[in-house]
Design a protein around this ligand. Structure first.
Ligand code: WTA
Length: 686
């Protein structure tokens, strides 16, 4: 890898005046002002590592243009890389806003993720290498995984679970979580994995909404040396729910729990004596594979519904092209199975490719802040996929932790979940990747099911902070409110112009909400097809790279400029003292909105107070003005020890917005990780 054209951010004043000029013509059509200018390139070496499975730049270009011309032929080719029991008769059946892919075809996800590898040498290859938080290690070969999945599938059948039933899975990161998912897939039950960090109330809501008939859980999970009492939460969640007939409980920690007679069953006792084989159900391509709840900006969580054939086609293809999975790789995705990343890029995509996945049970800083680096060194992990929020935490914990371990086995790094600020990207590149590993910044959503925008490692030249370009097969673009295409560097809305196989099919039980949220911003209009609305603001630069500017509801309008708060946050985080920042708007009589920045500080700076903090606030405002322009300068800077986050690590800007506006918190807070953060922010406000 070589870094060229080092940091040449344009002068803020120049950027700002150009933008103002541009805005006059563009804003009537509804664009967003984009002010971040990051122009570093990190280019793959000409003779850098290449694998047969990864296309060259020329091949990538031709794949992309062929796919744009004929998406159905492109996806048909991808689908034929899976094993089907019977072929499809139609590739895409699209009746706005309802999509069906590969209709007529029959397949089974578990068969594709396991059975098809058993006829090859892979049967004795590690499918899952797992490390528990206390340090215990388990390895399951594909053959062993097959046995466990079949036994679990037979166990579920014995409990009366049938094809089409919904099974809730509320577990920590243990192999049985993946086994349970695959067992559901095997018999055609639809799983609803609920993140093990959610409260009993949140779990109950998701069990009720999905009408689950069975819950799979464990006695307790390890987290930072203590126990998360999962079974207790399930007891509270299912209380009085007639539709939940059975609860299957894995013994993980060995704590005392209550087992309700007739309803609760130990996993080991139920599976004991179960047959080692269980025929994989031959399921229609559109059979519901899973429901996964995700929070909208308001209201109750949405049950995102994914189906079988299209989902697996794209999860398989993207795992291969984005992570370049090779037979000798050990691939570690740090997500939890409770999130879409855990579904597509721990379980289904990598296993369908016959890869060896590494799974870790516990906290990244237990027993010390170097846990991940120690595991990478000990297991010789070669691909590492994590989130910007984790990377910023690693930065805060200190460079000495990764430096103390041999990370030379790594060859590809990945990031997902939110825009990665260029400073964090460079840190990741240098301190984890040794300036040797490409970083795949992957943009996608629970709703898209699979990665949509990402570099191809060792092929796509990278720029820190952008997910680069849509993958072949994906027609994503940046448009204005009126649907017209934005010019280069003009901020707008990220849309997808053509259906893709792993797209969500519905919001479970609420088709109107599905239609309204995703397909009503850009309905079909004349010659223009409907565009899928991502809810993200973005800009396409002159090289065609897409820069995510954050959620549209994180877009603020200040003095007539609509600004993506992620860009301002990125500028703040590029200051040496800042660990993390969240920028929100509060109403302002003169400017429409004023910008409020919530900031946490790095290392020793966190102890600053009084005059020193006031000075720092002024310095930070000047820093943002210098980095971006005066229009983006926060009006208030509020220092905080921590920021309110969802359990998946996303900053809950909605709460900060409500705080900044001086109001009370309303709406759904079930995804908030730590309430005390909110309390202390409230006190600061008084
Ligand atoms: C954001 C996670 C910038 C985006 C897979 C999207 C990103 C939302 C990126 C979906 C990225 C995800 N760069 N922003 N590489 N990846 N996002 O449903 O706002 O948890 O709409 O899916 O995360 O979050 P979700």
């Amino acid at each position: 890898m070589s870094a060229t054209r080092r940091a040449s951010r344009r002068s803020a004043a120049a950027a700002s005046s150009e933008k103002t000029a541009e805005k006059t013509s563009a804003s009537a059509a509804g664009s967003i002002d984009s002010v971040m200018q990051e122009t570093r390139w990190i280019k793959p070496e000409k003779d850098g590592p290449k694998h047969g499975s990864i296309p060259t730049a020329a091949k990538l270009k031709s794949m992309r243009s062929k796919a744009l011309k004929n998406p159905e032929a492109f996806w048909e080719e991808r689908a034929s890389e899976l094993e089907w029991f019977s072929p499809w008769t139609k590739v895409l059946d699209w009746k706005y806003p309802r999509a069906k892919w590969f209709t007529g075809g029959k397949l089974n996800v578990a068969h594709n993720c396991i059975d098809r590898h058993l006829t090859t040498w892979r049967r004795n290859k590690a499918a899952i290498v797992w490390e528990g938080e206390p340090g215990d290690v388990r390895t399951l070969t594909y053959q062993q995984l097959h046995r466990e999945v079949c036994r679990c599938a037979n166990g579920l059948k014995k409990l009366g679970v049938k094809r089409g039933d919904v099974v809730a899975i509320y577990m920590g990161m243990i192999p049985e979580a993946a086994i349970a998912m695959l067992a559901c897939a095997r018999i055609g039950a639809t799983h609803n994995v609920v993140f093990g960090g959610f409260s009993a109330d949140a779990l109950r809501e998701r069990i009720i909404d999905s009408n689950a008939v069975c819950v799979i859980t464990q006695d307790a999970a390890w987290r930072r040396g203590s126990h998360v009492m999962l079974k207790e939460a399930v007891d509270a969640a299912v209380k009085g729910l007639k539709h939940v007939a059975n609860v299957l409980v894995v013994r993980r920690v060995g704590v005392d729990i209550t087992m309700k007679k007739g309803r609760d069953h130990w996993w080991d006792e139920t599976l004991d004596g179960m047959n080692d084989s269980c025929a994989a159900a031959k399921l229609p391509a559109e059979h519901p594979l899973f429901i996964l709840y995700t929070s909208g900006s308001t209201g109750k969580p949405k049950g995102i519904l994914h189906t079988t054939g299209g989902y697996l086609t794209q999860a398989t293809y993207t795992s291969n092209i984005v992570f370049d999975l090779q037979e000798d790789d050990l691939y570690f995705c740090t997500a939890d199975v409770g999130w879409i990343t855990g579904h597509s890029y721990i379980v289904y995509g990598p296993l369908s490719n016959g890869a060896s996945i590494f799974m870790y049970e516990g906290a990244p800083n237990h027993p010390g802040p170097d846990r991940f680096w120690s595991m990478i060194a000990r297991h010789r992990i070669s691909i590492f996929y994590t989130a910007p929020t984790a990377i910023r935490a690693f930065m805060k914990w200190g460079d000495q932790h990764p430096a103390g371990h041999d990370l030379s086995s790594l060859r590809i790094l990945g990031t997902v979940g939110e825009p990665i600020n260029p400073e964090a990207w460079m840190w990741y590149y240098k301190h984890i990747g040794g300036e040797r590993c490409p970083i795949v910044d992957t943009w996608w959503q629970t709703e898209t099911g699979s990665i949509m925008i990402s570099p191809v490692p060792n092929v796509t030249p990278m720029k820190p902070g952008t997910a680069t370009t849509p993958l072949p097969g994906i027609d994503a673009d940046v448009v204005r409110r009126d649907g017209t295409r934005c010019k280069a560097d003009e901020g707008g809305y990220l849309v997808v112009k053509h259906p893709w196989p792993s797209m969500l099919r519905n919001v479970f039980g609420d088709f109107q909400r599905y239609k309204k949220t995703y397909w009503s911003e850009y309905p079909p209009a004349g010659d223009r097809p409907a565009y899928y609305f991502t809810g993200d603001g973005a800009r396409r630069d002159a090289d065609g790279y897409i820069w995510i500017m954050g959620r549209v509801d994180d877009v603020v309008n200040v003095s007539g400029h609509r600004l993506g708060t992620a860009e301002i946050e990125s500028a703040l985080v590029s200051h040496a003292r800042v660990a993390e920042a969240a920028v929100v708007a509060r109403p302002d009589e003169i400017k429409g909105n004023a910008l409020v920045a919530y900031v946490t500080l790095r290392g020793a700076s966190a102890k600053m107070s009084g005059r020193a903090l006031e000075k720092l606030a002024a310095e930070l405002r000047a820093h943002v003005a210098a980095e971006i322009g005066h229009i983006a300068k926060p009006d208030d800077i509020r220092f905080s020890e921590a920021l309110p986050k969802t359990r998946s690590g996303k900053i809950m800007r909605r709460l900060l917005r409500e705080l900044a506006a001086g109001g009370s918190i309303s709406g759904d807070t079930s995804t908030l990780e730590d309430f005390s953060v909110l309390e202390s922010l409230r006190e600061d406000e008084d």
